[in-house]
Design a protein around this ligand. Structure first.
Ligand SMILES: Cc1ncc(COP(=O)(O)O)c(C=O)c1O
Length: 385
């Protein structure tokens, strides 16, 4: 095809460069015991969710057939949003077909040219992309560092609205943001707090609505993904009615995209019912996460402090992370290597995520296999350097 050979050369050179740096990503279907998904409460396969989804498909069909602002609207979405807003203790909520899109919408609608967004240096790519698209000025603060944030907030911002944007439980590090400190700083400096609760919703707080609830704070808007602990897909933005109405009127990812299949809303109703009715699920998750962290410590595997269900094992080099993940997979454990750009260069890791189906016996076996794989990898690294 005319004009394509230069393009082909450029892209092939980039692919080769990625490969040489151990950065080629492979599409790999799940195989083995799950230590990598975000299905923390194992709701994605729960009979109630499957039943409700199947019933809704029979009733409503598969596709929603249009944007929510056209023929894609269904009562089940509105009902679900009201339920989620009450769960979250927010005035109103809006459902998006993914967390990525929800973050783009929230940041591009709320922030604009002339505003300043203070962003944790390890925020998720969807938050970063949303900030970039908003055209607001971005000021990066050190990871989970309230004092660092305060120093930056004290500096002249040049007018415009200020925002502080953070994840509550960080997806790749498993540590938590000091939300109460941020909320106080936002009050003192007239900033609005936006919190991505992707990995916390369904798990933390007495009702399971997330770390905002657990820490007893108020954020302006939260984004709560529904494809992780909630076991389905999509995400809810929750906040005051005026902010949510603005997302409907101006959020391009909401307006210019086909609504999710209505059956997804039916499954999410079932998921929220289970989360509200069965707190033992999140207690069990906390238990199992604590157990794995303790066992890793006892086996001499260095893990960062914390209590969450996300446990990174830092390996540094990309190749090393890949080798350890492959060794675990050979032994029947589905653990995955996380490499740049998902994490900073030189900080490749295994991202272990705990779910409620993992028994203590399985975790014990996993720790033994991991300890062997790490030893092997250290020996190989030393031999090849
Ligand atoms: C912190 C964070 N925010 C947003 C997202 C995006 O959510 P989704 O997968 O629903 O697009 C993810 C998931 O990858 C995430 O980890």
């Amino acid at each position: 095809m005319a004009g394509s050979s230069e393009l082909e050369r450029r892209l092939r050179a980039r692919l080769a460069e990625r490969d040489a740096g151990g950065l080629t990503r492979r599409l790999q279907a799940p195989r083995g015991i799950d230590l990598s998904s975000n299905d923390y409460l194992c709701l994605s396969r729960h009979p109630s969710l499957k039943e409700r989804m199947a019933e809704a498909v029979a009733r409503e069909g598969c596709g929603s057939t249009g944007s929510r602002l056209l023929r894609g609207e269904r009562e089940c979405f509105t009902h679900l949003e009201q339920r989620f807003a009450a769960f979250k203790g927010a005035e109103r909520a809006l459902y998006f077909s993914s967390g990525y899109l929800a973050n783009l919408a929230v940041l591009t609608v709320l922030a604009e040219d002339g505003d300043v967004i203070y962003s944790d240096e390890r925020n998720h790519a969807s938050l970063i992309d949303g900030m970039r698209l908003s055209r607001a000025r971005r000021v990066i603060f050190p990871h989970t560092d309230a004092e660092g944030l305060e120093r930056l907030l004290r500096q002249e911002s040049g007018g415009g609205q200020r925002f502080v944007v953070t994840e509550s439980l960080f997806s790749m590090d498993g540590d938590v943001a000091p939300l109460a400190d941020y909320a106080a700083l936002c009050r003192a400096h007239g900033a609005a707090l936006i919190v991505d609760e992707a990995h916390a919703v369904g798990i933390y707080g007495d009702r399971g609505s997330g770390l905002i609830e657990a820490d007893g704070i108020e954020a302006l808007v939260s984004v709560n993904t529904a494809g992780k602990a909630l076991g389905v897909s999509g995400a809810f933005a929750a906040g005051p009615a005026w902010a949510i109405e603005s997302l409907i009127q101006q959020g391009r990812p909401f307006i210019f995209s086909t609504a999710a299949p209505p059956a997804v809303a039916a499954a999410l109703e079932a998921s929220l019912e289970l989360i509200e009715r069965e707190p033992w699920r999140r207690e069990l998750l906390r238990d199992r996460a604590g157990f794995l962290r303790r066992k890793l410590g006892e086996a001499g595997v260095p893990v960062t402090a914390g209590v969450s269900q996300i446990i990174p094992v830092m390996l540094g080099e990309n190749e090393r992370a890949l080798r350890v993940a492959a060794a675990l997979q050979r032994e029947g454990f589905d653990a995955r290597a996380i490499r740049p750009p998902s994490v900073a260069p030189g900080t490749a890791r295994l991202r272990l995520s705990v779910n409620t189906d993992l028994s203590e016996a399985t975790l014990d076996r996993f720790v033994a296999v991991l300890a062997d794989a790490l030893q092997e990898a250290a020996v190989c690294s030393a031999a090849s350097s």
